[in-house]
Design a protein around this ligand. Structure first.
Ligand SMILES: Cc1cc2nc3c(=O)[nH]c(=O)nc-3n(C[C@H](O)[C@H](O)[C@H](O)COP(=O)(O)OP(=O)(O)OC[C@H]3O[C@@H](n4cnc5c(N)ncnc54)[C@H](O)[C@@H]3O)c2cc1C
Length: 388
């Protein structure tokens, strides 16, 4: 076994770090008051986010995992995992927008399931951060049990007519196109009866934004006799559920990397604070009650790191490791949340403040334990492999 990170990936990390410090940090610092504000100027934040994504795309980082044929770099899963980790570890909110691994709102390999003549029209602008997408699977009556969706698509002329209601859709309020999952054969559902469609935004109505404890605010989407032509089917008719599950499975390393980077940021911050804050005449880090939980965080982080890198390595080796992916999603998000919670405790009152360094991260990590397969669902998958 060779655990060395290849030199070319270390070089890539160094250039990404330079880009983040040079172009993203100044903007992130300028926007701090908006991030803490009770009524932030959402347009200003959105404009900064779009600028960061576009500049990162120009530098080749944003969607580096996508193939060169649509403007990406064909970067490995391990490479993209490391960049996501570094963006999260930087502690800058905007850094997370500079890198867009396969995730519900970012340039996704799902787009490559479109016929090739549509790649330039849809995939290229998304890879260049000139337009955005969303991934619309969840419905009010179908979350964890995704095969229970009710949105339907029926054949109509040279295309499909879609009706249904999606909710909790990240970037639904802005997306130019939506990847929408709909039932095309109610008898077969997950076994060949669900199809994925690419639906341009002029064919759906956006509902209200769904504000929640995290800073990711999804939206409702309504499909009311929406129509798309036949060539807007992704992959084969009936293969949509398989596409959705393989997409979510492939994204686990990146959710893990995000959790890992945020946990590392938390531990860095906790250690610095424990060294500098004094109580009872000494730095609080000299009290075992403060230092031992941070030692535990270090162990959790190293365990997370190697699970995640191993998953990325297996994906690059051509495997589709369902069990490892579920273990990473479950373990990394749960442990990172615990690391953030310990960090908050180290900071005392400052840990609870909006303008402090931790509370936003705790909220974000709380969200990661629910989305893209809640922890209970990952435990279900893991338990099944034990024959339970
Ligand atoms: C901020 C945010 C962004 C999101 N973005 C998107 C998006 O872009 N696209 C999209 O399609 N969806 C998105 N979602 C939806 C998300 O994936 C779902 O919320 C998630 O899958 C859980 O579904 P649910 O909320 O309906 O919970 P439920 O399915 O009702 O589950 C509730 C609880 O029951 C548990 N549970 C349910 N069934 C079982 C079981 N069989 N065994 C053990 N435990 C079980 C779950 O683990 C969970 O803890 C987003 C959600 C949020 C909050």
């Amino acid at each position: 076994m060779d655990f060395t990170i290849p030199d070319e990936l270390s070089d890539l990390r160094a250039s990404f770090a330079t880009f983040l410090e040079r172009e993203v940090r100044p903007l992130d610092e300028e926007l701090q008051p908006e991030f803490w504000s009770r009524c932030p100027d959402q347009d200003r934040v959105a404009a900064a986010a779009a600028l960061v994504a576009r500049r990162s795309a120009e530098e080749g980082f944003f969607a580096a995992h996508m193939p060169e044929s649509v403007g990406g770099q064909g970067l490995s899963t391990l490479g993209m995992t490391l960049l996501v980790e570094d963006a999260a570890r930087s502690g800058m909110r905007l850094a997370m927008l500079a890198i867009s691994p396969p995730n519900p709102s970012g340039p996704s390999p799902l787009l490559l399931a479109l016929p090739e003549h549509l790649h330039d029209r849809y995939a290229r602008p998304i890879v260049a951060a000139e337009s955005t997408m969303c991934f619309a699977l969840t419905e009010p009556e179908a979350g964890s049990d995704a095969q229970a969706i009710r949105t339907s698509a029926v054949k109509d002329g040279d295309g499909w007519r879609i009706n249904g209601h999606k909710h909790y859709i990240t970037n639904g309020d802005k997306a130019d196109v939506a990847v929408v999952f709909a039932v095309t054969d109610p008898q077969r559902r997950a076994a060949g009866g669900i199809t994925a469609f690419l639906v341009p935004s002029d064919q759906f109505r956006r509902g209200p934004v769904q504000w929640n404890i995290s800073d990711t605010h999804p939206s409702e989407l309504f499909f009311e006799d929406s129509w798309v032509p036949d060539d807007h089917v992704l992959g084969e008719v009936g293969a949509g559920f398989f596409l959705a599950m393989s997409f979510l499975n492939a994204g686990r390393a990146f959710i893990g990397a995000q959790a890992l980077g945020l946990a590392e940021y938390c531990l860095d911050a906790a250690v610095a604070h424990a060294q500098q804050r004094t109580a009872f005449g000494r730095p609080i880090g000299k009290f075992q009650a403060v230092s031992f939980p941070l030692a535990e965080s270090k162990c959790d982080i190293e365990a997370m790191r190697w699970l995640i890198y191993h998953l990325a390595w297996s994906v690059d080796a051509g495997e589709n490791p369902m069990l490892d992916a579920s273990i990473v999603k479950y373990y990394a998000t749960e442990k990172a949340y615990t690391v953030a919670d310990r960090t908050l405790q180290t900071f005392g009152g400052m840990g609870l403040l909006r303008e402090g360094p931790i509370e936003r991260i705790l909220r974000h990590l709380r969200m990661l334990r629910v989305v893209e397969g809640a922890s209970g669902i990952q435990q279900l998958v893991i338990a099944r492999t034990l024959g339970l």
